[in-house]
Design a protein around this ligand. Structure first.
Ligand code: FAD
Length: 401
């Protein structure tokens, strides 16, 4: 009997590969027309070291992020050649602290010191390297470039271009002889059978499939709906936010040849900018514009329509220009023809948004794979940073290792 995986995001694809490589036959159901088209494609690819999670005083989030980040490359390198991986990486992040930050510069600096210490301990204990780097640059406080900021820090945190990862992982899954991909097939629910699991599909005329030896639900924004329909509701309050950013091609030209830095403004409803030199692409998000829809229960896992994309792009660049004045070049130049809006849902346990310092959005550590019934696994990825480690742990459990 084969194993069925629901959801062809980074987590589902990596689990499918691990199981297939162990000799299992895998059927991967994906409701979109192709693999890796949702959150694992629409995010900015920061491989978190926990710097931004300064509001979690327990430090559990930062610790979890670091532990996951240190496993990101080793797991992915089973499928991506080292040299290709290096080319997908982008440069270090600056953290900008606006005047209106929810946390003081002192509190942020103290958190950064804890992050640096824990990270160093892990690297010294042989848990590294981080994305291939063993000797990390220290956090450095830089001069504040303009009046809107209280402080600016350069950190060793980096990221990877999700589009490039998606291309390689998608091709690897598609060419694996033990994996059968079923795109345009949305899973509705699963039912136990005498000898395994039956998968019910949400398509007119589609056959139910099974029996499967095991089922692994990696459907991210659609995950809880499948679990609830299968009799495994979690009874918790969740918060689904649809957040978009703007990806700009030919970015250097739009900035008049200026060298672009990666930055995140913290802590509050601000944004990020990420430049990928090899692709000459710039991702930019501005939370007050990009976080355009939220709800407690996601009735339909469909991105909302952005009514006026050019207005959304302009407002995003205007917002980020208040953090980084270099963005005024985009506000003036309006390079809409080279820009695309990309976004998706962020699924997290929380009741309030990030402007609330007590919001559970500032705490991300209780995720992973759970066996809801014998042979029925549900995987809460947590972050892109965590997807490889989560997938590795889950596939071992499914294989009984
Ligand atoms: C805008 C944005 C920015 C982010 N930035 C970062 C970041 O910088 N760093 C970081 O670590 N994390 C970031 N994240 C979070 C990160 O993207 C996610 O945690 C991660 O990609 C989730 O991976 P996944 O494989 O679980 O989900 P996905 O990649 O969403 O894969 C789930 C798949 O399941 C499919 N599916 C859903 N329902 C069904 C169904 N019923 N049947 C079959 N298939 C189904 C979907 O179509 C999808 O392909 C960001 C998220 C967003 C949206």
């Amino acid at each position: 009997m084969s194993i069925s995986v629901f959801g062809g995001g980074l987590t589902g694809c990596l689990i499918a590969l691990e199981l297939a490589e162990a000799g299992k036959k895998v059927v991967l159901f994906e409701k979109e027309a192709g693999l890796l088209r949702r959150a694992s494609h629409a995010n900015e690819g920061k491989i978190h070291l926990g710097f931004v999670y300064a509001a979690d005083e327990s430090f559990r989030t930062a610790r979890r992020m670091i532990d996951d980040a240190l496993q990101f490359r080793p797991v992915l390198e089973r499928w991506i050649a080292s040299r290709d991986f290096d080319e997908m990486l982008y440069d270090r992040f600056d953290y900008l602290v606006p005047q209106s930050s929810m946390l003081s510069v002192e509190a942020i600096e103290a958190h950064f010191a804890l992050v640096s210490r824990y990270l160093e301990e892990q690297l010294c204990a042989g848990k590294g390297p981080y994305l291939g780097q063993q000797d990390l640059e220290p956090v450095v406080r830089r001069g504040t470039p303009h009046d809107n900021l209280q402080a600016a820090f350069t950190t060793p945190e980096r990221g990877i271009w999700p589009d490039a990862v998606a291309r390689v992982i998608g091709e690897t899954v598609a060419s694996h002889p033990n994996i059968e991909i079923r795109t345009d097939q949305a899973v509705l629910k699963v039912e136990p059978m005498r000898n395994g699991w039956r998968v019910l599909l949400d398509q007119a005329g589609a056959r139910d499939e099974g029996p499967f030896e095991a089922v692994v639900n990696c459907a991210w924004a659609g995950r809880r709906r499948i679990d609830a329909a299968s009799g495994h509701g979690d009874g918790e309050t969740w918060f689904y936010r649809y957040k978009f950013g703007v990806v700009l091609k030919n970015a250097r030209q739009a900035f008049g040849g200026e060298v672009l830095r990666n930055s995140t403004a913290m802590l509050g409803a601000y944004g990020d900018s990420v430049y990928h030199e090899r692709e000459d692409s710039l991702y930019c998000s501005w939370y007050p514009v990009g976080m355009c829809f939220s709800c407690e229960e996601l009735v339909e896992d469909r991105p909302p329509v952005i009514d006026d994309p050019e207005d959304a792009m302009l407002k995003t660049w205007e917002g980020y220009a208040s953090m980084d004045p270099a963005f005024k070049a985009l506000v003036d130049g309006k390079p809409f023809a080279d820009a695309t809006i990309v976004g998706d849902f962020i699924a997290a346990r929380a009741k309030t948004d990030i402007q609330d310092p007590k919001s559970k959005l500032h705490e991300r550590h209780g995720y992973g794979a759970v066996e809801l019934a014998p042979g029925y696994w549900s995987v809460e990825t947590g972050k892109y940073t965590s997807a490889p480690r989560c997938a590795d742990a889950c596939s071992r459990m499914v294989l009984g290792r």
